[in-house]
Design a protein around this ligand. Structure first.
Ligand SMILES: Cc1ncc(COP(=O)(O)O)c(C=O)c1O
Length: 384
């Protein structure tokens, strides 16, 4: 009944984990869910209020423009200038997305012919791989290994693969490893992309979720990056807006035009009232972002201290709300044991690709009290 491309999709492990979580809740277990990358705090009130005002305006009830309202794209360009110090033309170098997942899933349709290679990080956000498969492309996994600080080794990509590759996905600050990229690495990527005629899609969904004074660089600030790349941004994590579905892509205008052409034919843009809320988020006070980062930092420190006391060797991440932990044995067995014996849900690293095996991911989407409770339960298990 299903097309080969659907049959060839890897099993969606996260759905299985969620079922196990729900079964545990039904049995009355006090589950502590540290698996989900969805902020537990509400969208800041000034953003909600902007939506409330906009939704009553009948002009907002019609089909939006395909590329997004110019006012939203202008707010995105100004935000980019302020946070990344890069000049962006709102008319041609910004495209509104219905969440960045949508842009990531659609971009292979614009640039891969059947059999063309896309370079995808492993472990990685699953949509790079799946979007490539849905476009009949051939994803080639770039392992993210601890010994390389979870950056892909570009020299390890075989020459014939690089020749056949059309696009490369990257994501720093990284989900799931929480690694960050150096500007030197981005320079190597730009050289590699120019040499091999590859387009770079940098997913910067966690650019603002940073700690201890760390500032995540934009890929586009690398010399030559604008010629070969775009960057995807999301309002989801920065402003606790996962449910609203709003993001944007910036960068090379020809790449954006390709993505825009796909989108024009498959969707009809983001609800304009949501874009108005997005304008409030991007152009309003950024204190809410700072405040949320302080909360995540406190949670990070509670979890890291707890895990290290349990004998695990975990370094505090400089960015993202994920903690990537090496465990003994298979990651799925470990997370099953955690849920069954202590009611804690974590994500097995193998769900992000074969090179995620041997790790689990905790998300800092619970209060310090619940994180401490989780650490206490793990202590009873004598995990290390
Ligand atoms: C690395 C990464 N990129 C993109 C997304 C998708 O975000 P959005 O809500 O903008 O679709 C996520 C969500 O978890 C993510 O982790």
């Amino acid at each position: 009944m299903y097309a080969d491309r659907i049959n060839s999709l890897p099993p969606y492990l996260f759905a299985t984990i969620d079922r196990a979580r729900q079964d545990a809740i039904k049995k009355g277990v006090d589950v502590i869910n540290l698996s989900i990358g969805d902020p537990d705090m509400p969208t800041p009130p000034h953003i909600v209020e902007a939506m409330r005002r906009s939704v009553g305006d009948p002009a907002r009830h019609r089909y939006p423009s395909y590329e997004g309202m110019l006012s939203f794209r202008t707010a995105a360009a100004k935000w980019y200038k302020k946070t990344m110090k890069i000049d962006i033309d709102p008319e041609s170098e910004v495209l509104t997305l219905i969440g960045s997942k949508e842009g990531i899933a659609h971009i292979p349709l614009a640039f891969l012919n059947p059999g063309d290679v896309s370079l995808v990080p492993d472990p990685g956000y699953p949509v790079y791989n799946i979007g490539s498969i849905l476009a009949d492309g051939k994803p080639f996994k770039m392992p993210l290994l601890a010994e390389n600080d979870f950056l892909p080794d570009l020299d390890a990509i075989p020459k014939d693969v690089a020749n056949k590759a059309k696009i490369m996905f990257l994501n720093y600050p990284n989900n799931p490893t929480s690694a960050t990229a150096t500007t030197k690495f981005f320079e190597e990527v730009v050289d590699f992309a120019h040499e091999n005629d590859i387009l770079v899609i940098h997913d910067n969904a966690y650019s603002e979720m940073t700690y201890d004074g760390y500032k995540a660089p934009s890929f586009l600030s690398t010399s030559g990056a604008m010629d070969i790349g775009i960057e995807m941004h999301s309002l989801s994590k920065t402003y606790n807006m996962t449910g609203w579905r709003l993001g944007f892509a910036v960068g090379n205008k020809d790449i954006l035009a390709g993505l825009g052409k796909v989108k024009t034919n498959v969707d009809s843009g983001a609800f304009e009232a949501v874009q108005d809320a997005g304008i409030a988020a991007l152009s309003g006070s950024q204190d809410c972002v700072r405040d949320m980062n302080l909360i995540y930092k406190e949670r990070r420190d509670a979890l890291i201290t707890g895990l290290n006391e349990l004998g695990m060797d975990v370094k505090p991440p400089k960015a993202t709300f994920y903690v990537w932990v090496k465990v003994k044995g298979k990651s799925l067995d470990f997370t099953k044991m955690l849920l069954e014996k202590s009611g804690i849900v974590a994500t097995p690293g193998v769900g992000f690709g074969e090179y995620g095996e041997g790790y689990i991911r905790f998300a800092l989407t619970q209060s310090v009290e619940r994180i401490n409770e989780a650490v206490g339960r793990m202590r009873k298990l004598r995990i290390e």
